[in-house]
Design a protein around this ligand. Structure first.
Ligand code: FES
Length: 94
């Protein structure tokens, strides 16, 4: 089941990302956090102390729970727009 709204929405062109080596379909211009959520990826890293899964929370760059690596650099998934061939690593941003 897709989590995206189907009607009356304009989107950028379809692009493919690599997320932990797996292809994920998204639309250029949407946030990486939204694309990962729509793809069913909820856990993006583990908390350093307890090792519990962490994922998107605020969606505005304040909580840093969505920290991932994009093309090798640390990035907040909610603050980055997706683009074709983006290479994303989850669980490796510390
Ligand atoms: S979800 Fe809070 S900083 Fe990205």
């Amino acid at each position: 089941m897709s989590l995206r709204i189907a009607n009356q929405v304009r989107r950028g062109p379809a692009v493919t990302l690599s997320v932990d080596g797996q292809a994920v379909e998204a639309f250029a211009g949407e946030s990486l956090a939204a694309a990962l959520w729509a793809a069913g990826r909820r856990a993006l890293r583990q908390s350093p102390r307890a090792g519990t899964p962490r994922g998107v929370f605020c969606m505005m760059g304040a909580c840093q729970e969505c920290l991932v690596r994009v093309d090798g650099q640390r990035a907040l998934a909610c603050q980055v727009a997706v683009y074709a061939d983006m290479r994303v690593e989850t669980g490796a941003a510390t």
